[in-house]
Design a protein around this ligand. Structure first.
Ligand code: SF4
Length: 453
C-alpha cells in the first residue's frame, strides 16, 4: 500500500486510465502500470512454464483485427480493410502466415495442455469466408490441443454473416456467438458510422438458430453519441423479443482512442448511463433474465462466456494476434504489439510480439479478486476467498481490512460489504506501491503535477 492523498490518487487513476489503449481498464495490475517489453522469448516462456504447473483453467483467445471501417465509438485498435474483397483476402493471407508463426512459437510450451475455451474476437472475425474459416481452424488445431474445448465463442457483425459462413463455423464446433448490434436507432447509427437494420439482425439471428447455434449473446451499447434513454430502451425491448440466450449492455466509454474523442466529441454522462443501465437490467429481470456479470443478463446461470466471466478466478488466457492480451496466472500479464505492421515484423524476425507487460504474483491475483468482487458485486465472501486461495482474507490483508473499515466498508463474520460509490476507495486500499510507482513512471508526471494539490 502507498499512502497518498485521496485527491491526488483520483487524478493519478484518471491519468492511468488515459494510458489504457486496450479499453479494458478494469484489470489488475492496471494497464497504465505495465512496462515496455524488450523483444525476447525467454521471460514469457518462463512465465508460462510457471503457470502451467499451477493448473489454472486455460483459454485461447485469438484476435482478428480487421474491420471494414472503424466505428466512431470503438476504442479497439482495429485495422480498416474497406470493402474490396481482393484487398480483404490479401490481409487474411498475410494474417494466416503470421498467426502460424506466433502459434508455432507457443505450441511447444502448450503441447501437453488442452484448452478449455477458445474465443475468436476482433475486429470482425466474421469477415472470413468459408475456405478462410477452414484454414483458420486447421492452423489452430495443428498447433494446439482443442479436442476437449468446452466452448468456442465467436464475435460476428450482423452484416457479414450468411448460411455458408455459419455452417463453416458450426463444422468447427463454434458453440456460442456474440452478435454485435450496439444500436438500431437510425440517428445513432449515422452518428457512429455504422450501417445495419433490424431486418438484417433478425436474419443473422435466424441463420444462427437454423445452424443449431442457440447460444447467442447480443451486444448493445448504452450512452452512444446521439442516443437518449428512450432510444436505448426501445432497442432493448425489440432485441429482447428475439429472446437471446444473453444480452450484454456495455457503457459507451470514450477513451482517448475512439474517433469520437479524437474529433473532440462530448464526454459521455456516466451517471446518466448507469441510471439507464439499471433500468435496462430491471426490465430484463422482469422478463426472467438473471445477472451473469456486471454487464450481462442471461436466460440461465449457464448463459455465459466461460472464458471471460469471472476472470478473477483461477484462469489463464493465451492471446494470439495483434493487441491480444495474455494472462499467465500468478506470473505475467502482457499485451501483443498493437500495430499490424510491427506485429508482423516482430514475428518475421523471430521474436514473440509482446509490447507491454507486468510480472504478477499470487498476491496480485488475490488483490484482483478482492477488487473485482467488491467493485462489481459490492461484497466479498470470505469462504470464496478461502476456497480459491486456501488462506483467510484478513490474515493476508490485515492493513487493507483496517483501511476498508476506515473508508466505511461493513465487515461481518462471513463477508465484507461496500457502500455505493466505493470504487476509488477500493483501489486506493489495494493498489500496491509497485503499481503506483510503475504508473507514475509511465505517466512521466512532472513534480508540478503533484504541486497542484
Ligand atoms: S465496434 Fe466492432 S465493427 Fe466497429 S470498429 Fe470496433 S471491432 Fe470493428
Amino acid at each position: 500500500m502507498i499512502s497518498i492523498n485521496h485527491k491526488i490518487f483520483d487524478k493519478i487513476l484518471d491519468k492511468l486510465k488515459e494510458l489504457d489503449y486496450t479499453g479494458y481498464s478494469e484489470q489488475y495490475p492496471p494497464f497504465g502500470s505495465w512496462n515496455k517489453l524488450e523483444p525476447s522469448q525467454a521471460k514469457i516462456k518462463k512465465a508460462w512454464e510457471k503457470t502451467l504447473l499451477d493448473n489454472s483453467d486455460m483459454g485461447l483467445f485469438v484476435n482478428i483485427p480487421f474491420c471494414r471501417r472503424k466505428c466512431v465509438f470503438c476504442f479497439l485498435p482495429v485495422v480498416c480493410v474497406g470493402n474490396n474483397q481482393e484487398t480483404i483476402d490479401g490481409f487474411f493471407e498475410d494474417y494466416f502466415k503470421t498467426l502460424e508463426k506466433e502459434a508455432g512459437a507457443y505450441s511447444g510450451i502448450f503441447k501437453n495442455r488442452a484448452f478449455e475455451t477458445l474465443y475468436i474476437g476482433g475486429g470482425t472475425p466474421s469477415l472470413m469466408n468459408p475456405p478462410q474459416i477452414n484454414k483458420f481452424f486447421q492452423l489452430l488445431n495443428l498447433k494446439f490441443n482443442l479436442k476437449k474445448t468446452r466452448q468456442i465463442i465467436l464475435e460476428i457483425h450482423p452484416q457479414d454473416i450468411n448460411r455458408e459462413k455459419v455452417e463453416a463455423f458450426k463444422k468447427h464446433k463454434v458453440s456460442r456467438v456474440c452478435l454485435g448490434v450496439q444500436s438500431m436507432d437510425e440517428k445513432v447509427l449515422t452518428k457512429i458510422k455504422r450501417r445495419q437494420n433490424f431486418n438484417e439482425i433478425k436474419k443473422a439471428y435466424a441463420v444462427l438458430l437454423k445452424a443449431d447455434i442457440k447460444e447467442v449473446n447480443i451486444d448493445l451499447i448504452c450512452g452512444l453519441p446521439g442516443q437518449n434513454e428512450t432510444s436505448f430502451l426501445s432497442d432493448l425491448k425489440i432485441i429482447s423479443k428475439l429472446k437471446p440466450d444473453q444480452i450484454h449492455i456495455n457503457s459507451f466509454i470514450s477513451t482517448p482512442y475512439t474517433i469520437h474523442s479524437i474529433q473532440g466529441g462530448e464526454k459521455p454522462n456516466y451517471e446518466k448511463i448507469e441510471k439507464t443501465r439499471k433500468k435496462a437490467f430491471r426490465f430484463l429481470n422482469a422478463l426472467g433474465y438473471i445477472k451473469i456479470d456486471s454487464d450481462s443478463m442471461g436466460r440461465t446461470h449457464k448463459s455465459k462466456n466461460i472464458q471471460t466471466t469471472d476472470l478473477c478466478l483461477k484462469k489463464s488466457i493465451l492471446g494470439l494476434g495483434p493487441g491480444a492480451i495474455s494472462r499467465a496466472w500468478s506470473a505475467f500479464r502482457y499485451i501483443n504489439i498493437v500495430s499490424w505492421k510491427n506485429y508482423k515484423t516482430s514475428l518475421n524476425k523471430g521474436f514473440l510480439p509482446a509490447e507491454r507487460g507486468i510480472q504478477t504474483t499470487l498476491k496480485d491475483e488475490m488483490i484482483y479478486f478482492a477488487i473485482e468482487k467488491l467493485s462489481n458485486t459490492g461484497e466479498l465472501r470470505f469462504k470464496d476467498f478461502k476456497k480459491l486461495f486456501n488462506e483467510d482474507f484478513e490474515d493476508v490483508f490485515p492493513n487493507e481490512s483496517q483501511k476498508l473499515k476506515f473508508y466505511g466498508a461493513a465487515f461481518s463474520k462471513d463477508k465484507i460489504k461496500t457502500p455505493l460509490g466505493f470504487w476509488n476507495s477500493i483501489r486506493q486500499t489495494f493498489y500496491t506501491s509497485k503499481v503506483m510507482i510503475g504508473g507514475l513512471k509511465n505517466l512521466k508526471l512532472k513534480p508540478s503535477f503533484l504541486k497542484k494539490f
